[in-house]
Design a protein around this ligand. Structure first.
Ligand code: ADP
Ligand code: MG
Length: 160
């Protein structure tokens, strides 16, 4: 696990850009954090870095967006989902069990039992009600991304 602190949307955007430079196809990234933490902002910057040119918006109503960049990006938002069956209905497991491209999931903590064995968890915490300060924790769940998370830590903290 490693932690980054940011003090503005731009800084969080920059952090997501660094993640976008390193992330590999076949990775699932779960973004935890309250409303307004910065999950969607993070995905927007990640998607831009991966060459996505169109709109990147929270798929709160349609549940999943697909973007075309240098690879395909599947963007889920589970906020409005109520039952696990609905996950099945939207084909969630087909995207997460053997992921192609990059899969990002907002509100993964709504369905902890339904998450894949391997993923990168990004937890964004707002430090204070009206604060722009964020604590962002990166961890690897499962074996697959252990090495990657160490590489990412070096890259984020030292720039190489
Ligand atoms: P979420 O998807 O987690 O609900 P959004 O990304 O939609 O949140 O919104 C985050 C909001 O918080 C944006 O309006 C953004 O400008 C603001 N913000 C302020 N400081 C930060 C920061 N350090 N990192 C990310 N967002 C920030
Ligand atoms: Mg959002």
């Amino acid at each position: 696990m490693f932690t980054c602190m940011t003090s503005s949307p731009e800084e969080t955007g920059h952090l997501a850009e660094l993640v976008g430079q390193k992330i590999r196809e076949g990775t699932v990234l779960c973004l935890e954090g309250d409303l307004g933490a910065g999950k969607t902002l993070f995905v927007q910057s990640l998607a831009r870095t991966l060459g996505v040119e169109g709109d990147v918006t929270s798929p709160t109503f349609n549940l999943m967006n697909v973007y075309e960049g240098i690879c395909r990006i599947y963007h889920f938002d589970l906020y409005r989902l109520e039952t696990e069956e609905e996950l099945d209905d939207i084909g969630f497991y087909e995207y997460t069990e053997e992921p192609e491209g990059i899969v990002v999931i907002e509100w993964p903590d709504k369905f902890p039992e339904s998450l894949p064995d391997d993923y990168i968890e990004v937890r964004i915490r707002k430090l204070g009600e009206d604060s722009d300060e964020r604590q962002i924790d990166f961890s690897s769940i499962g074996e697959k991304n252990q090495e990657f998370i160490k590489e990412l830590e070096d890259f984020v903290h030292t720039g190489h």
